[in-house]
Design a protein around this ligand. Structure first.
Ligand code: SAH
Length: 342
């Protein structure tokens, strides 16, 4: 068992089952997440026999780094997991701290037309320890403090719901990494039942929805999931989340030239949002070699932005993070595999 996949409550349960006091749990969690020990024999302030027991029962294995690509404000990591699966994480240095974008699955089944990750079918879900491991690796091996975590790497987090929830519990625990809900964002392509479930856990983090189109016709063409959960249903689930949590929901909108970037579509988007507490993030499309989509021109993005602004919608434009290091979803893995095959 990998200890980085254990919640604090599970660790307490383990101690109970071994006839130990649960008051040992804080030492173990702090050792792992604050002191960043490399061996359970180094847990401070507990007796040797328990440390030996822990060391024989648990592993502290982390993903293995196979490639690191440094850009201006981004660093891209390609990790190999124990079974050889490849996943990606991207570190974004921002004024307010380091944000880490992590993967939730090996491959992805959502098949969004513009996304490179969708070209690799889902192989499996990541386990909680593999989710936590991406953060621990960066903190421990590169000595970088991570202040924000976003689940926007490869995979659909809500298609791996239970493991992702367990992971969020681990990283938000005050004795561990202690990341507050406002520092965690889960991004989904729109799995409505899971959004409704997530809305019942206000402490777990913020929600981002990859909307990318305000009408069913365009959205279904771009994102097959829309045929199952159309826009109105998706927006209603998002509203439930806003009502239950009292927090804004972010709508991500990747700008694709002549596909979803017409001012008419901006108006539709504004009407869809109305006066509700959404925040739209316009993202320049990161062009990928194998897919036939073009990044919207700056003029078209600005015109789209203006329509939203005039309608009093909260909107930001994301800087084009990571294009110099091929940071768009799935691009690094695709490049790496191409290199291996040539
Ligand atoms: N499955 C989740 C999270 C992973 S994708 C989701 O769909 O939200 C993270 C974000 O990157 C999504 O908004 C996705 O649509 C977007 N994305 C995918 N490929 C992209 C590209 N080439 N350029 C810009 N954004 C992209």
């Amino acid at each position: 068992m990998n200890i980085y996949g254990f919640t604090y409550a599970q660790l307490e349960e383990y101690l109970r089952q071994h006839g130990e006091k649960v008051s040992k749990a804080p030492f173990i969690y702090q050792g792992l997440y604050k002191k960043q020990i490399d061996s359970l024999l180094d847990v401070p302030d507990i007796r040797l026999s328990l440390r030996e027991q822990l060391a024989s029962d648990f592993s502290l294995a982390l993903p293995r780094l196979v490639q690191q690509t440094d850009g201006d404000d981004t660093v891209k990591f390609l990790f190999s997991l124990q079974d050889g699966s490849l996943i990606e994480a991207v570190l974004m240095r921002q004024a307010y701290g380091n944000s880490l974008c992590i993967s939730s699955q090996v491959g992805c089944n959502m098949a969004c037309a513009f996304c490179q990750s969708g070209r690799f079918k889902k192989v499996r879900n990541l386990q909680p320890a593999e989710l936590t491991g991406q953060i621990i690796y960066i903190q421990k091996r590169l000595h970088l403090a991570i202040s924000n975590v976003v689940l926007m790497g490869i995979g659909e987090p809500f298609d791996n719901y239970d493991n992702v929830m367990q992971f969020l519990e681990i990283i938000s625990h005050p004795r561990g990494l202690a990341l507050g809900a406002r520092h965690i964002t889960v991004s989904t392509c729109g799995l409505v039942p899971q959004i409704e479930q997530y809305a019942l856990h206000p402490s777990h983090g913020l929600l981002a929805i990859s909307l990318h189109a305000p009408d069913d016709e365009t959205r279904s063409r771009l994102m097959p999931i829309n045929r199952r959960y159309p826009v109105t249903q998706l927006m209603n689930a998002a509203r439930t989340c806003i009502q239950n949590t009292g927090k804004k929901v972010m709508l991500e909108y990747v700008m694709l030239q002549e596909i979803n970037d017409h001012p008419r579509q901006a108006q539709l988007l504004a009407d869809l949002i109305g006066a509700d507490d959404f925040h739209v993030n316009l993202i320049p499309y990161n062009e990928t070699q194998n897919l036939n989509f073009t990044q919207s021109s700056r003029e078209r993005i600005l015109a789209f932005y203006d329509v939203l602004k005039k309608n009093h919608i909260t909107v930001t434009m994301r800087r084009e993070f990571g294009s110099s290091v091929n940071a768009a979803c799935g691009q690094l893995r695709a490049d790496y595999e191409k290199q291996q095959n040539t």
